[in-house]
Design a protein around this ligand. Sequence first.
Ligand code: DAT
Ligand code: MG
Length: 150
Amino acid sequence: SVTERTYIMIKPDGVQRGLVGKIIQRFEERGYKLIALKLVQSTPEHLEKHYADLKGKPFFPGLIKYMASGPVVAMVWQGLDAVKTGRVMLGATNPLASPVGSIRGDFCLAVGRNICHGSDSVESAEKEIALWFPEGVVQYTGALESWIFE
Ligand code: DAT
Ligand code: MG
């Protein structure tokens, strides 16, 4: 639906490499509405909650260390089919399998340095938004909405 929300995060490598503006630009240009945004230095405890489903995977300790190694940009984007289309815009988990034109397909190479995160279902999006934005998101009317949605 038009009010679907997804949690998108620019990982520490995306921030360090100066890709924040480019990644935000893709979501803006596609027509999604930014309803929450902050730069955060996360902690291993918080990241273990975010990645709870992956606990036990061999790469889990390295993933937590990487994700806590610097600030991340936490964002919520809203709009038609935000979760699934957000994932398409990011590309595949492995950047080498990501099409050119996707964020990972254009900007990175290694699965352990894949620069961005996007929720994989509406249900995980709700959980992730609550975890990263306990203070809530911002509500406002997008001035261009009637030009982007029927
Ligand atoms: P995604 O980020 O595409 O949702 P995921 O939820 O399965 O992928 O995994 C979360 C992150 O963990 C992923 O972005 C990068 C890392 N990861 C996943 N599989 C990995 C692997 N086989 N080796 C190293 N890191 C991996
Ligand atoms: Mg995932």
